[in-house]
Design a protein around this ligand. Structure first.
Ligand SMILES: Nc1ncnc2c1ncn2[C@@H]1O[C@H](COP(=O)(O)OP(=O)(O)OP(=O)(O)O)[C@@H](O)[C@H]1O
Length: 325
């Protein structure tokens, strides 16, 4: 894989942004102020109708703000031509919006073609991107969208959004239509990809588990398009700002917090009971460790590294303490 990002990620600032749709008395987004640092993933989370999609679509001016300002890399979006703006922003939606009559390779090539790239450059770029999302062009490039699985189509949607190397990506429930297993897999792939390409990403979700997994920060919206809390997943789960957020993140927020720490992050104790403890890989989360202890009726797990070497033991007490930290 050779593809690396060349465009610098950019900070996105919502500055007292309001959107009231024509004919409506109440705003869909009401006085939204938040900053997404360059290169981070910000998840917009909240109940149906709380303004998440509207907030997202204002960034690429598919919806025009009626108040306040949005700046990308310090520049107000109102000073930019909407078409130019959209070319600098990758956009991924739930129904991938792939062109059914175009091959996978041609779908990915859409924006570079519009931008007038020469054929050789387009071909190279399409090859790189399909490789990057795990769909080698030799095998998949000539297929049509109907000849791929849902998860594969979603990956093509991501490749297409990345084609012109945009500094910003907007993703509106991109994995919402996938079954839970495929969804986990595509989420993992996207996170691994993001490690390498470091775009600034705004990601709409209605799923708290997805938000905790994907987000560097989470913005929780409440009815009326108002921001209830904007924080890292850890802070949000530990210190919900009010009863609405606490209810929204769920009564099991203590368990959810255990997904944020891996066994490898613990100070492991030396193995005391050589027999009878279940084994778990060090990259497993504390939640998996707890689940295994409950399932096996033990009060510790044995932790193994990638080569199967025993690293030590993680006790129930150690997991509980780390989860509370
Ligand atoms: N084009 C439109 N014209 C008028 N009102 C709209 C339009 N689009 C959305 N709305 C209204 O704005 C509010 C916010 O909608 P939005 O789609 O942004 O919410 P959401 O949080 O993304 O919801 P969901 O999770 O259901 O997708 C809703 O009350 C919706 O009815």
């Amino acid at each position: 894989m050779t593809q690396q990002s060349t465009a610098d990620a950019r900070e996105i600032v919502f500055d007292h942004v309001v959107k009231t749709y024509p004919g409506s008395d109440t705003p869909a987004v009401d006085d939204l102020s938040l900053t997404v640092p360059a290169g981070e993933i910000c998840v917009l989370l909240g109940p149906s109708g709380s303004g998440k999609t509207t907030a997202l679509m204002m960034v690429n001016r598919l919806a025009e703000p009626t108040g306040g300002d949005i700046r990308i890399g310090g520049k107000s979006i109102t000073d930019l031509d909407p078409i130019e703006l959209r070319r600098s922003i990758g956009y991924v939606i739930q129904q991938t919006g792939l062109f059914p009559h175009l091959s996978i390779a041609d779908n990915v090539a859409t924006v570079p073609k519009v931008l007038g790239w020469d054929k050789k450059r387009i071909k190279e770029r399409v090859g790189e991107l399909l490789e990057l999302v795990g769909l080698p062009v030799g095998e998949y490039g000539r297929r049509y969208p109907s000849q791929l699985s849902g998860g594969q189509r979603q990956r093509v949607g991501i490749a297409r959004a990345l084609a012109a190397d945009p500094p910003v990506m907007l993703m509106d429930e991109p994995f919402g239509a996938l079954d839970p297993i495929t969804r986990e897999h595509v989420q993992d792939e996207f996170l691994a990809l993001h490690e390498r390409i470091r775009k600034t990403v705004i990601f709409v979700s209605h799923d708290i588990d997805e938000a905790v997994k994907m987000g560097d920060r989470i913005a929780i919206f409440r009815e009326g398009g108002r921001l209830a809390q904007y924080d890292t997943p850890r802070t949000l789960l530990k210190q919900p700002a009010d009863a609405f957020v606490a209810r929204f993140v769920g009564a099991d927020r203590g368990l959810k917090r255990l997904t944020l720490t891996r066994l490898a992050d613990l100070d492991l104790a030396p193995v005391t009971a050589a027999e009878g403890l279940p084994d778990l890989a060090s990259d497993a989360t504390l939640r998996s460790a707890l689940s295994l202890m409950v399932a096996e009726g033990t009060d510790a797990v044995r932790v193994l590294d990638a080569s199967g070497e025993v690293l030590g033991e993680a006790s129930l007490d150690a997991v509980r303490k780390a989860g509370a930290a």
